[in-house]
Design a protein around this ligand. Structure first.
Ligand code: ATP
Length: 229
């Protein structure tokens, strides 16, 4: 489990995270939802130790972030980070050299699933295919937790559907996934848990199935109540 307890983060005098607490469980897809600038990306970076926090704590399986944590967790940013001159094949070799958790069998499966050609250069791919390669590079690390920043932004509906399908497959299965998004329409049917953020705070954390069964509400219904009371 990833556990955030009362996390605060400031950039200069600006308080960007103001006591953020929530959990991400293995075997669940959790979506961190909120409009632009509420602190979603900062939260992901804080979990990964990419940005220091001022107070509060972040525990991964009960431990503070340490060098071994990076064997458990991966971050898929909203833009691809491998050099664009690389072919998909070279990007995979690079990942294999860099991470001992790289799983080439899974990478080959995903290449086929996404109908990608590993000889293609990243800079020459369409935006949707770049997003798929980006996802592939992160998902093929055998880690317990996957953090994704806006995996669907700027991608056409068919690619979005294809990417969404990956979330229901055994490629994700028993891992803990945290996805940030402004749009939940694409993934509402996939997510187990929602964390609604506004202004650096968590307004509500709930399980989608539970709220559907007990209150008959969809995620969008709850969002309307919380954001437009
Ligand atoms: N390095 C930085 N220096 C100063 N301010 C920053 C920095 N990074 C983020 N911020 C500010 O922190 C706030 C939260 O940013 P963050 O990127 O976490 O929001 P977000 O919810 O992910 O937004 P978006 O949906 O647009 O990606 C914003 O007001 C942003 O301007």
């Amino acid at each position: 489990m990833i556990e955030l307890q009362n996390v605060t983060k400031r950039f200069g005098r600006k308080k960007v995270l103001n006591g953020v607490s929530f959990t991400v469980n293995k075997g669940e897809i959790t979506s961190l939802i909120g409009i632009n600038g509420v602190g979603k990306t900062t939260t992901l970076k804080a979990i990964l130790g990419l940005t220091p926090i001022q107070s509060g704590s972040i525990l991964i399986d009960g431990e503070k972030l340490n060098k071994n944590s990076y064997d458990k967790i991966t971050f898929i940013p909203d833009a691809i980070t491998v050099p664009p001159k690389m072919t998909i094949h070279e990007a995979m070799v690079f990942m294999n050299d860099f991470y001992h958790s790289w799983n080439q069998t899974r990478a080959d499966e995903l290449l086929t699933f996404f109908k990608l050609d590993k000889g293609d250069q990243v800079s020459e791919l369409s935006k949707g295919n770049v997003a798929k390669v980006n996802l592939l590079l992160g998902l093929c690390l055998d880690v317990d937790y996957i953090l994704m920043d806006e995996p669907f932004s700027g991608i056409d509906i068919f690619s979005r559907e294809q990417i969404a399908e990956v979330f229901t497959s055994r490629l994700v299965e028993d891992r803990g996934v945290l996805i940030t998004t402004h749009e939940i329409n694409d993934i509402e049917h996939l997510i187990d848990k929602v964390v609604l953020m506004d202004n650096g705070t968590v307004l509500k954390e709930f399980h989608t199935e539970e709220i559907r069964l007990t209150e008959g509400k969809s995620v969008v219904d709850v969002m309307r109540e919380v954001y437009q009371p």
